[in-house]
Design a protein around this ligand. Structure first.
Ligand SMILES: Nc1ncnc2c1ncn2[C@@H]1O[C@H](COP(=O)(O)OP(=O)(O)O)[C@@H](O)[C@H]1O
Ligand SMILES: [Mg+2]
Length: 281
């Protein structure tokens, strides 16, 4: 497939960057598993990037490295051109399971960051109010997490992250625990959030459809060891309509790109014992 990315200089200087990132894990038998191999990736402020790839292709690993939550074996991550050795409050991660504080209301969960950092000022209450409105939780502000649906919990987690005014949200398959209808609503929600606020978004997904509908740019990981196999401009409005011919066309191309790696990686994830047992002796 033709590369359709913008030249880097049109995007502005990178906000976060992976530079020659290689990650090796130790497998169960002490063997080396190279999860990522020489990844170079620059993400500018205001981009909405989806990291797409089959299970086991190193998406979570790369996201953690971009956020300073994990150090690579080789290479490094940069934040605004400086080595990133630890997490920063400017890059906030959102996981599949929103880990809200169960003893705090929605409003208190969202206000948690500003309160803890002593940055709760006169204007903060109004900003929290505004955020609750944005994520559609204004009415539910006094509820506790156990009184919320899965989508509401995830929106609370996103509002809580945004309350600290980070430069980027790093989302790791944030909607994969939700049912299809809710998942679509959340995709529209995160997209409209980006359209109105232009907060930099880096979102991991293994859903091609989700990546196309949400992102401006899709970075595909695949192969063994995993590398960037495609870096695609997904900003065309036609790609935000799942019934457009362009959507179907790009979806087909991305499927062809990801499929060859699926079996390979699926096999590798079998426990070694299971494979050995299945082998004829
Ligand atoms: N802590 C770890 N120890 C050993 N292997 C790991 C560890 N974390 C991830 N891996 C392996 O690295 C590869 C990439 O994992 P991951 O980044 O979670 O991929 P993805 O998020 O795309 O599913 C997989 O083969 C996985 O089994
Ligand atoms: Mg993952």
């Amino acid at each position: 497939m033709a590369r359709m990315t913008f030249p880097v200089n049109e995007r502005g200087p990178p906000l976060v960057e992976a530079s020659r990132v290689t990650v090796a894990y130790e497998g169960s038998k002490g063997e080396q598993i190279v999860a990522l191999d020489g990844i170079d990736l620059k993400i500018a402020a205001g981009e909405f990037v989806c990291l797409l790839g089959p299970s086991g292709s190193g998406k979570t690993t790369l996201l953690k490295i971009l956020g300073g939550f994990q150090l690579p074996s080789l290479g490094g991550a940069l934040y605004r051109g400086k080595q990133l050795a630890a997490p920063t409050s400017q890059l906030v991660m959102i996981f599949q399971e929103p880990n809200l504080f169960p003893w705090l209301t929605v409003e208190r969960n969202v206000a948690f960051g500003p309160r803890m950092s002593g940055r709760y000022r006169a204007g903060t209450a109004a900003r929290i109010d505004d955020l609750l409105m944005t994520v559609g939780l204004h009415e539910a502000r006094a509820r506790y997490p156990h009184q919320l649906s899965g989508g509401m919990r995830q929106r609370t987690a996103i509002a809580r992250a945004l309350a600290t005014e980070p430069e980027a949200l790093l989302l790791d398959e944030p909607f994969s625990a939700l049912d299809v209808a809710l998942r679509r609503r959340m995709q529209r929600f995160v997209r409209s959030l980006w359209e109105t606020r232009r907060t930099t978004m880096v979102m991991v997904t293994h859903s091609i459809e989700e990546a196309l509908l949400c992102a401006e740019r899709i970075v595909v990981l695949g192969g063994r060891p995993s590398r960037i196999v495609e870096d695609l401009d997904a900003s065309s409005p036609a790609l935000k309509d799942r019934y457009s011919p362009a959507f179907a066309d790009t979806q087909r191309k991305l499927e062809a790109l990801i499929d060859p790696f699926e079996d390979d990686i699926g096999d590798a994830q079998e426990p070694a014992g299971a494979v050995a047992r299945a082998m004829p002796r």
